[in-house]
Design a protein around this ligand. Structure first.
Ligand code: FAD
Length: 259
């Protein structure tokens, strides 16, 4: 267990290495913990992969792989699959050229100061913020909760941190139905993530080098922050709605450290 070298990064940008690492961990580690995937879990997995194939702003090789996994999953007729069969499709790059999900984890913006901090959970949040923003920018008349619904199902069926999944499901049950547009979906995820940050500030899971803040900080987005008549902090929602697509948009994602 040699310590990985620290990778310098720009903390106000999103890295494709984090997104691909999150995909790798989710599909090859977290889902792999279920030797047989059936019923609700299979429905969750199908929706999750469908959303990835549609909105993940990935490299062509990765998109080819996600589309092939999506096609395979959608063509499964029964109400259960073996993980081993899915694994065969995930690792099919030997058979199909230009199709691969890179193996292994290369955390960049999601590096932690200790091996047990940040990494995958950070990658999951980043991935889902990106997906809500890409859905929103793709226009069309799709279901405004397409990405959120897929995320909710994935977390409920597979996310390894079970108490996190419970907390998230409670928040979803409380207010996700109120989301009526795709930009509102990105805003819902932003505000729920801040609720989680607030709850976890100062907890043991917090990386001391990456304190939980109400995000984005005033340095990152000055115009997102205002004060009300009583001098209390208030978000400028309109400015936040402009900031989210600029921060998480596909065109702003950095490709440093990709193999
Ligand atoms: P993270 O909170 O993981 O954020 C990742 C990155 O997203 C940040 O670096 C920042 O760039 C950006 N970001 C931060 N806030 C926002 C925001 N509001 N909107 C948009 N982008 C933002 N841990 C627990 O201990 N208990 C829990 O109950 C729990 N529930 C979780 C539920 C879910 C669905 C997920 C995905 C994770 C949960 N976690 C929970 C893990 C926890 O939220 C963090 O992911 C983990 O502690 C790592 O924190 P981090 O510092 O890397 O930042």
């Amino acid at each position: 267990n040699t310590k990985e070298p620290w990778r310098p990064f720009n903390s106000s940008r999103v890295y494709m290495a984090d997104l691909e690492s999150a995909l790798h961990y989710s599909l090859r580690v977290e889902v792999a913990a279920h030797p047989v995937i059936r019923k609700d879990a299979l429905t969750s997995l199908k929706k999750y992969v469908a959303v990835l194939a549609k909105y993940f702003p990935g490299r062509p090789v990765v998109m080819n792989l996600l589309r092939s996994v999506d096609r395979w999953l959608q063509s499964q007729p029964g109400d259960e699959i073996q993980y081993e069969a899915l694994e065969g499709i995930l690792d099919n790059s030997a058979q199909t050229p230009n199709t691969a999900l890179p193996e292994g984890e290369t955390w960049v913006g999601c590096q932690g100061s200790q091996p047990h901090l940040r990494r995958y959970p950070c990658g999951v949040w980043t991935l889902f913020h990106v997906l809500t923003v890409v859905q929103s920018s793709s226009g069309g008349s799709t279901d405004p909760r397409e990405v959120l619904g897929a995320m909710r199902g994935y977390v409920r069926s597979f996310f390894g941190c079970r108490h996190c999944a419970e907390h998230f499901e409670n928040m979803a049950r409380e207010s996700m139905v109120g989301v009526r547009t795709a930009p509102a979906a990105a805003a819902w995820l932003w505000s729920r993530h801040n609720v989680v940050n607030n709850r976890l500030a100062g907890a043991l899971s917090e990386d001391p080098n990456f304190p939980k803040i109400q995000w984005p900080s005033p340095e990152m987005c000055p115009s997102c922050h205002t004060v009300d008549a009583n001098g209390d902090h208030k978000w400028n929602d309109k400015e936040v709605l402009r900031f989210l697509p600029s921060y998480f948009s596909a065109s702003g994602i950095l490709t440093d450290y990709l193999e």
